[in-house]
Design a protein around this ligand. Structure first.
Ligand SMILES: NC(=O)c1ccc[n+]([C@@H]2O[C@H](COP(=O)([O-])OP(=O)(O)OC[C@H]3O[C@@H](n4cnc5c(N)ncnc54)[C@H](O)[C@@H]3O)[C@@H](O)[C@H]2O)c1
Length: 460
């Protein structure tokens, strides 16, 4: 009687208490069929038939939608569609933008379409990002790219770069300047990436060594990631410092270097070596188009005054009538390349078909004392020379072997030290003494322009 007061599937509190004492809980009758025999459950009451009917209806609907709205094209159709779209559009729209937007990210072998302009179409305008474009080398590179008619985006955190170096492009619709630290990721739609962002002089890169190595490693990773994402060609500006204190002279690209991994310069040397490794791994592993330049000492207008680099030091000291400070015995050698030669080499490397690394430098070798003499001849014959103890890990010899760049890029420097130095001196004079201050940036552009003409006529 008591049990009649409960429904079939409800439990009797008396029984519950009993169960909890004498054995395992009993499963309700309906559930026991479900769990013990799912196959029998499916076969009952024509359930299986309803499942088949459901699947058939879903398949039918899927095919109808797919045929009505064809979302997916085969790869060759995809390429053809992109080409057709390109031909219909104004030919000034960069081809890459049309193509890479049709690509699946990371699809190897199809992400890099640089240089593939259909015959008969006029040269496309490239979108190029220059990291570190407000710095010394970067700003000269930007000048040349703008002159060529490209769209240029400069990304710079202004650690050593200056807006003054680019002010003559402000207002040009083809030019953009973004304050950004490359240690943080950035997304831009571009065809080429010139990755220069990194302090280059010992004074600056030793200022915060951890930041320097982060810029080289994390910054390079971020820019390679961008290259992968948008299918851009990537150029790394590495350095002759990867050879360390070289045991081979002159240094060819095949030489692996002699670098102190724990020295005060390692944040820069080893940072750049790692950046080269990352660049090659992205190339080999992910099919990214990359280029590597190993830059040797470069000088010219817009170098930071007092940045500790030997040419800028001597020029600033001679102009201020201070003694020229020579570290060590002054017999250590360097080669000095004028900035317009370097920019020419970087552009040839980016446009060429070879990955590198390529040494870009002037093989004309000078001891520090010889350089001091050239500065005396150019600025002040009475300038005194003062000797100081040498700095740690300062390499004894540095001279590029540029045979590879000559042969594969058809590049060699053409501006001699005696021709280039006076152009740098006039820029430094204006910045140090402030005469013709307002014209300073335009005069350094003019100097660079003069040098592009010079580079075709003079020899090392
Ligand atoms: N000038 C040379 O003699 C020489 C030699 C070898 C290699 N390089 C390489 O060439 C490149 C340019 O050198 P440079 O002489 O023009 O130096 P620079 O110091 O004048 O220019 C470097 C630029 O990078 C910017 N920058 C630095 N860290 C950054 C960051 N984290 N995010 C964004 N921007 C950052 C600076 O503000 C500056 O504008 C560097 O990568 C350098 O290692 C130069």
């Amino acid at each position: 009687m008591n049990s009649e007061l409960f429904r079939r599937n409800q439990s009797n509190p008396t029984l519950q208490t009993h169960n909890s004492v004498i054995g395992p809980p009993r499963t309700p009758a309906g559930c026991s069929i479900k769990f013990r025999s799912p196959i029998r459950y499916m076969l009952r009451e024509q359930r299986l038939l309803f499942v088949f009917i459901g699947v058939a209806i879903a398949t039918l609907l899927f095919n109808v939608v797919r045929l009505t709205f064809p979302l997916e094209l085969r790869d060759d159709q995809r390429y053809q569609a992109a080409l057709n779209a390109f031909v219909r559009l104004d030919s000034s729209i960069p081809m890459r933008r049309v193509l890479y937007e049709t690509h699946r990210e990371g699809s190897l072998g199809r992400v890099n379409m640089a240089g593939k302009v259909p015959p008969g179409l006029k040269k496309r305008i490239l979108r190029i990002v220059v990291t570190g474009g407000a710095g010394f080398v970067g700003s000269h590179l930007v000048d040349r790219l703008m002159e060529r008619g490209d769209n240029v985006i400069v990304v710079d955190n202004f650690f050593t770069g200056r807006k003054d170096n680019l002010v003559h492009h402000f207002g040009n619709p083809r030019f953009e300047l973004i304050r950004h630290d490359v240690v943080e990721p950035i997304l831009l739609e571009v065809d080429q990436i010139f990755h220069l962002a990194c302090p280059a002089s010992p004074v600056h890169y030793k200022f915060n060594p951890v930041k320097t190595i982060k810029t080289n490693v994390v910054g390079t990773l971020n820019m390679l990631g961008l290259a992968k994402r948008v299918g851009a060609r990537f150029l790394l500006t590495s350095t002759s410092e990867v050879y360390g204190d070289p045991l081979q002279h002159p240094q060819a690209e095949t030489y692996w270097g002699n670098v102190n991994p724990i020295g005060v310069r390692s944040c820069y040397d080893e940072g750049k070596r790692t950046a080269e490794t990352l660049t090659m791994d992205y190339h080999r592993g992910l099919g990214i188009e990359v280029r590597i330049a190993r830059i040797f000492n470069t000088y010219g207008p817009r170098m930071c005054i007092d940045d500790g680099r030997v040419v800028s030091n001597f020029v600033a000291q001679a102009l201020r009538k201070e003694p020229l400070t020579v570290y060590g015995d002054g017999k250590q050698t360097r080669s000095f390349q004028y900035v317009s030669d370097l920019v020419e080499g970087l552009m040839k490397l980016m446009e060429g078909e070879h990955v590198g690394p390529f040494n870009l430098g002037n093989p004309g070798e000078f001891t520090m004392l010889e350089l001091a003499q050239v500065v005396q001849e150019t600025i002040d014959p009475n300038a005194r020379i003062e000797f100081r103890p040498n700095t740690e890990d300062d390499p004894h010899k540095r001279k590029p072997d540029i045979s590879k760049a000559k042969e594969l890029l058809g590049w060699e420097p053409s501006v001699s030290l005696r021709k280039g130095l006076p152009l740098m001196v006039s820029d430094f004079r204006q910045r140090i003494f402030g005469d013709l201050k307002d014209d300073a940036s335009s005069s350094s552009s003019a100097a660079a322009a003069t040098l592009s003409t010079l580079s075709t006529t003079s020899s090392v």
